[in-house]
Design a protein around this ligand. Structure first.
Ligand SMILES: C[S@@+](CC[C@H](N)C(=O)[O-])C[C@H]1O[C@@H](n2cnc3c(N)ncnc32)[C@H](O)[C@@H]1O
Length: 221
């Protein structure tokens, strides 16, 4: 995205945030794509490689395991989970994102749903054996972040797992960035929310210049 497009984008995000609609701008991005997934600038159009690696090392031991993809975007991660045998619910607050998923995967076994992390069906609480979150918290402002983190943690069933992928930063750095990467104290909120940290990876992705990331695995065991 060039400077002028980025500045226009940030103004659109700010306008939504200022009118108390912190997630509405996402739908605009998907709608502007006009059915062309390659126009969704954050969509890699391949599953998260760290998710694939975890799934390979922890094969599903039953065809009854339920997984959820939070803020599922255009569906690659949800499809990877379904391919590994999970019964997958993939939700996004953006109706246009869910429409793109259904357009891409018309015969999918994934249950694609328009839903808001802050107001989701009650049965999703403690409802999933595997919760996958990638890059949703970091696009939210202020108090919405801790609310999102707690809502994601609360979806993990007893005995279940959560995998969290996000941009990262050192505490005190990049405070004005958008998206705002998570720092270690912030992501540790998953432990404060009652989950156990199983593994924690800090890495740079392959963009030029590289972007720092966390990939964290938590459980409710
Ligand atoms: C940066 S995108 C990441 C999408 C996808 N997870 C990925 O990695 O490509 C953030 C996603 O979170 C969704 N989102 C934002 N707020 C949400 C909410 N309150 N409930 C559900 N989804 C939300 C957006 O619509 C968007 O699809």
């Amino acid at each position: 995205m060039d400077e002028s497009a980025r500045s226009k984008f940030l103004n659109m995000v700010r306008a939504h945030q200022e009118r108390g609609d912190p997630c509405g701008w996402c739908d605009q991005v998907y709608r502007d794509a006009g059915g062309d997934v390659t126009a969704v600038f954050w969509a890699d159009l391949v599953p998260n490689p760290y998710l694939l690696d975890w799934l390979e090392n922890h094969p599903a031991n039953s065809d009854k395991l339920r997984a959820v993809t939070v803020g599922c975007g255009v569906g690659d991660d949800a499809e990877a989970l379904a391919a590994c045998g999970y019964q997958v619910t993939a939700f996004d607050v953006s109706p246009a994102a869910i429409a793109l998923c259904r357009q891409r995967y018309p015969d999918s076994r994934v249950n694609y749903v328009v839903a808001d992390l802050f107001n989701h069906p009650q049965e999703w609480t403690l409802g999933f054996d595997l919760v996958f979150e990638c890059n949703t918290i970091q696009v939210l402002p202020g108090d919405y972040r801790v609310r999102a983190l707690n809502a994601i943690a609360a979806m993990v069933a007893p005995g279940g797992d959560a995998l969290i992928s996000c941009r990262s930063r050192n505490t005190g750095e990049k405070e004005d960035a958008f998206p705002l990467p998570l720092d270690r104290p912030e992501i540790d909120g998953f432990v404060r929310a009652g989950l156990r940290e199983e593994s924690f990876v800090v890495y740079d992705d392959e963009q030029v210049p590289p972007v720092e990331h966390f990939f964290a695995w938590y459980s409710r065991r």
